[in-house]
Ligand binder design. Structure first.
Ligand code: FES
Length: 128
């Protein structure tokens, strides 16, 4: 696959990428981000930034909240499977870029829907 095609796929939603490139494997259509080792992501993450990381095969979103607190959450939005690492930080919340659900970065609790949460390693990030 050429670089231009890869760049275009990265800009499309998974649904649009599938419609545009139906012959590509689903893993490519999902446009998986490049993931840093957890310790590297934690060290590189600046205030207001979210990074895609991995630890022992687990996809993680590493973020530094506006307070400066480092948080580590599963990189999977419970609404519709969006990557939280594609989202953004707003105060102490992580906002999913796909549909805007908000999660407390310190606890993983969804602020948009009661009773929903994302696994959160905020209290004790693994292997950092
Ligand atoms: S996939 Fe995250 S808000 Fe919809």
């Amino acid at each position: 696959m050429g670089d231009i095609q890869e760049e275009l796929m990265a800009l499309l939603s998974p649904e649009d990428a599938e419609a545009e490139f139906p012959s590509k494997p689903s893993a490519l259509r999902r446009c998986e981000p490049k993931r840093l080792p957890l310790a590297d992501a934690a060290q590189a993450c600046s205030v207001g930034q979210l990074l895609a990381a991995q630890d022992q095969g687990e996809a993680l979103a590493v973020g530094r909240l506006d307070s400066g607190k480092l948080v580590v959450l599963a990189d999977l939005c419970p609404h519709d499977g969006g990557l939280l690492s594609d989202g953004f930080i707003e105060g102490e919340a992580i906002v999913c870029a796909r549909h805007g659900w908000e999660f407390d970065g310190r606890t993983g609790q969804c602020l948009s829907r009661a009773g929903i949460s994302v696994p959160c390693h905020a209290q004790k990030p693994p292997h950092i």
